[in-house]
Design a protein around this ligand. Structure first.
Ligand SMILES: *Cc1c(COP(=O)(O)O)cnc(C)c1O
Length: 340
């Protein structure tokens, strides 16, 4: 018996990829699978995304790219993060990875994308040098595609002007938010992560953009008890019953990726919304019930209407960070891949 079960629905992922391709209207979609595909499993996600029409894979580090190369021998793999040591660059060259380059030193024999800083203020060249032979792409990254379209359009315009004479190279700007809201950002390809996973780049309900969550997380009540007035649950006695109160103990905690700042979040127990109460422990947390339920009653932590976006608001973070943190290794949970 596993403490919890994480289900990755590749059918939903394929539908999201197709939804994004429709929005892109001819531009290519490159699937961003860094950080183990935002916690969803990079190898599974990459295969499904390519099958649904993505034409390249993007990762953050050379080791992530090398790991994917074992499974995907011929697909384009683009490393978005800084290049790393000379040894890593040599490995990238041997494995046929493409690298995003943010300074004027272009390594030889590797296909590269020059990254222009048009306003993100992070990695990137402030001016575009005349591209060397190794250069296959020109890119920039938007700081506010999800929050400030005016600033994002300024970045897009700077990029357009700076790269106009190199339109024979693949020009790419858009992340998920830009794919959905800023058609002028589409250029030749878009680097799509979060929306592909059915998570909203705007931290609102993904259904508004016809996206379906790919990850769901289930478990069941491990214990049920009645607290008498004055009795408490959990470390620090942060929840003290005012009246006789049924509570359920859920066998998942921050050691599994259910963060400590999720007290107050709403999950589903036996199909009904219930609040997380008291301090979240490493291996368990408590929910307030309205009546006695049997041990084993089903609990939905994420999925089936329980949105990562709602949890993120409670925790003061974004959906990206929550799914990246979900522990899928067999020592803590059972991970299943389905095609629904
Ligand atoms: C992570 C990343 C993306 C993907 O962003 P989403 O918001 O998840 O679509 C795109 N481009 C770069 C450079 C990134 O680092």
């Amino acid at each position: 018996m596993h403490r919890s079960e994480i289900t990755i629905n590749l059918g939903a992922l394929r539908r999201n990829v197709r939804t994004l391709l429709r929005a892109l209207d001819g531009a290519r979609l490159w699937a961003v699978v860094k950080a183990d595909a935002y916690g969803h499993g990079a190898v599974d996600v990459a295969g499904a995304a390519l099958g649904a029409g993505a034409s390249a894979l993007c990762v953050a580090t050379i080791p992530e790219g090398l790991a994917l190369r074992h499974e995907y021998r011929t697909e384009r793999i683009i490393v978005l993060g800084p290049a790393g040591s000379n040894r890593e660059v040599a490995q990238a060259r041997d494995a046929g990875l493409e690298l995003a380059i943010s300074d004027s030193e272009v390594p030889e024999g590797v296909r590269v994308h020059l990254k222009l800083d048009t306003g993100m203020g992070r990695y990137g060249l402030s001016e575009l040098p005349s591209p060397a032979n190794e250069v296959v792409g020109l890119m920039t990254h938007l700081a506010t595609a999800d929050s400030d379209a005016v600033f994002a359009r300024k970045q897009i315009e700077r990029f357009r002007v700076a790269t106009e004479q190199y339109s024979h190279l693949a020009r790419h700007v858009a992340n998920s938010a830009a794919v959905l809201r800023l058609p002028e950002s589409h250029f030749d390809a878009a680097r799509c992560g979060v929306a592909m996973y059915g998570l909203s780049p705007f931290n609102t309900d993904p259904a508004e953009d016809n996206l379906e969550p790919v990850l769901s997380w289930h478990t069941s009540l491990a214990q049920v008890k009645l607290l008498q007035p004055g009795q408490s649950t959990g470390y620090g006695r942060q929840f003290i019953a005012q009246a006789p109160t049924w509570i359920g103990i859920v066998p998942v905690g921050y050691g599994d990726g259910f963060r400590r700042d999720l007290t107050g979040a709403e999950i589903r127990v036996a199909g009904e919304p219930r609040r997380v109460v008291g301090t979240v422990s490493m291996d368990s947390f408590a929910v307030e019930l309205d009546r006695e339920l049997p041990v084993g009653a089903p609990v939905v932590i994420i999925g089936h209407g329980v949105l990562a976006e709602a949890h993120a608001r409670v925790a003061g973070t974004i959906n990206y960070e929550l799914t990246c943190g979900v522990k899928t290794d067999a020592l803590r949970a059972r991970r299943t891949v389905v095609d629904g």
